[in-house]
Design a protein around this ligand. Structure first.
Ligand SMILES: *[C@@H]1O[C@H](CO)[C@@H](O)[C@H](O)[C@H]1NC(C)=O
Ligand SMILES: *[C@@H]1O[C@H](CO)[C@@H](O)[C@H](O)[C@H]1NC(C)=O
Ligand SMILES: *[C@@H]1O[C@H](CO)[C@@H](O)[C@H](O)[C@H]1NC(C)=O
Ligand SMILES: *[C@@H]1O[C@H](CO)[C@@H](O)[C@H](O)[C@H]1NC(C)=O
Ligand SMILES: *[C@@H]1O[C@H](CO)[C@@H](O)[C@H](O)[C@H]1NC(C)=O
Ligand SMILES: *[C@@H]1O[C@H](CO)[C@@H](O)[C@H](O)[C@H]1NC(C)=O
Ligand SMILES: *[C@@H]1O[C@H](CO)[C@@H](O)[C@H](O)[C@H]1NC(C)=O
Length: 439
């Protein structure tokens, strides 16, 4: 009996201690976050990883056609695209709102729709499909070069399946789910970067319970046959967010993924790791975040943070101030892992609801969260820079990986040439770029 009481009381006592600490006048949120490391130590490791994984130190060599080096050549380096994607959750509310469209397209190169592609949205009533919203949203995304993840074809959580779906016999369910897959994937094949095939199949098992243990694997197979170039994601919560989640830690995530890959016909699928990243229930364990991302990175597969937000206990003193700090640390930690290819923020503007966090208010004016994200976007791009070659026509510049246009000008004659570059370790393994100017 005593043990039981202690077991029940322990979480309360711990929570009380955390609150007491956070509500202390001299509370320093960084003091414990990375312990035993200091904030500076933690950050300097991230900087090192960012320099290695996200940037390339290029050496430009500028010469005339006859081979003579152009001393003092001027270089105008302009970044056109980034290999890393900032994304945001999008809803149908964007469709009739010009200002919101502009706000979205000026920041983001990736999107996930909140609900509009889900089965319950496109076929609320059996046999009556309606793709008006996702059609229009994908059209908007295409027009602005925004890549879209297809979220989600099926969902293993019973409560997000339509009543009519829940009532089907196993045979009818298989038939209806196959029709769902064929309908949505054929409609958008070739246009989306990838699909969430079976959302949250680590925490839930609606389809496995009715159709057998291989249900997810079967649907991955079916989607792949229709849209072979799309990345097929697992998408799950609590894999990096909570040390104590028993269903979805990295080791179980990877085991499940292997099972899907080993199903007959699935070995060729381009798989992706979707991490919802609904952080909260502080304190967040940053050591766990780092080690989880490290172990998922070992697969060599792309990792996407798909629904990133940080939920705070409103009773904490200055919880909105702490929210910005936690979010910044999650973004920095995630960005320092090269395998993380995109981070999708949940949610953007208050028009889509701000139950957890928002970047902008109803007038699209930045919140502190918006300021943080805009600042990091700026920090993690090269943008436009100028440089000058030395006496030997040589110049070293470190830039973020992506697409570039470089203009080189002879300081004497003003003759110039332009080159387009794709910058990353694979495209420019020796990190040398030779540019010639017509004398
Ligand atoms: C968009 O449509 C919604 C609902 O139809 C309406 O409430 C809103 O005012 C519209 N917004 C704009 C900017 O037209
Ligand atoms: C995630 O895991 C934590 C710890 O086990 C748990 O408290 C929380 O409810 C989980 N989140 C969800 C959405 O289930
Ligand atoms: C699941 O698929 C495997 C092949 O990967 C097969 O050996 C096994 O019998 C299937 N199990 C069920 C329950 O269908
Ligand atoms: C709340 O937290 C932020 C971020 O740490 C800090 O800048 C601000 O001064 C804090 N405000 C109050 C009232 O403590
Ligand atoms: C230019 O090249 C010469 C010979 O390779 C070298 O000695 C000199 O240090 C170089 N100058 C600069 C500014 O790099
Ligand atoms: C080169 O351009 C600069 C700046 O535009 C100008 O001052 C200079 O006269 C030009 N030189 C020649 C040779 O055209
Ligand atoms: C090469 O071309 C440049 C520009 O036309 C000229 O200034 C230079 O003298 C040439 N060098 C040789 C070795 O001919």
């Amino acid at each position: 009996m005593k043990t039981l009481i202690i077991i029940f009381l322990l979480p309360c006592i711990l929570l009380f201690l955390v609150h007491a600490q956070v509500n202390d006048d001299n509370f320093d949120p960084y003091a414990t976050l990375f312990s035993p490391y200091t904030k500076q130590e933690w950050r300097s490791y991230q900087e090192k990883k960012i320099n290695e994984g996200r940037k390339t130190e290029l050496t430009f060599e500028v010469s005339y056609v006859n081979g003579t080096k152009v001393k003092g050549a001027k270089l105008y380096i302009k970044q056109l695209t980034s290999d890393f994607h900032w994304g945001c959750g999008m809803t149908h509310r964007i469709l009739n709102n010009t200002a919101y469209k502009k706000w979205f397209a000026s920041r983001f190169t990736a999107a996930d729709f909140h609900n509009e592609l889900k089965w319950y949205w496109t076929e609320a009533t059996r046999g009556q499909e309606n793709y008006a919203d996702p059609d229009a949203m994908i059209k908007f995304a295409d027009e602005h070069g925004i890549i879209v993840r297809g979220h989600t074809i099926l969902w293993d959580d019973v409560k997000y399946n339509q009543k009519w779906v829940r009532k089907l016999s196993p045979e009818q369910l298989l038939e209806a789910a196959n029709r769902r897959v064929d309908s949505v994937v054929n409609r958008y094949k070739g246009r989306l970067i990838g699909w969430d095939v079976m959302n949250e199949n680590l925490h839930h098992n609606f389809f496995e319970k009715r159709l057998g243990k291989n249900a997810s694997s079967m649907f991955f197979n079916r989607v792949h046959k229709i849209d072979p170039n799309a990345i097929l994601f697992m998408n799950e919560f609590n894999t990096t967010e909570h040390v104590h989640d028993e269903y979805a830690p990295p080791v179980k995530y990877l085991r499940r993924m292997k099972k899907i890959q080993s199903f007959p016909g699935n070995s060729e699928i381009k798989m992706g790791i979707g991490l919802e990243s609904h952080y909260g229930a502080e304190p967040i364990d940053f050591h766990y975040v780092r080690s989880s991302l490290d172990s998922l990175s070992q697969t060599g597969l792309p990792i996407w943070l798909t629904e990133l937000d940080v939920k705070m206990d409103p009773n904490l003193r200055n919880s909105s101030g702490l929210q910005v700090i936690y979010l910044e640390e999650i973004l920095r930690e995630s960005f320092s892992h090269e395998a993380v290819k995109a981070m999708i923020i949940w949610t953007g503007a208050s028009i889509d609801g701000c139950d957890v966090m928002c970047m902008a208010d109803e007038n699209l004016v930045n919140t502190p969260i918006g300021d943080l994200i805009d600042g990091l976007m700026e920090e993690w791009r090269t943008g436009e820079i100028e440089a000058m070659a030395d006496f030997n026509g040589s110049c070293q510049v470190s830039v973020f990986n992506g697409g570039y246009e470089v203009k080189v000008v002879d300081p004497v004659s003003n003759a110039s040439s332009c080159v387009s570059l794709k910058v990353d370790k694979v495209s420019i393994p020796d990190k040398m770029v030779h540019v010639q100017i017509m004398g």
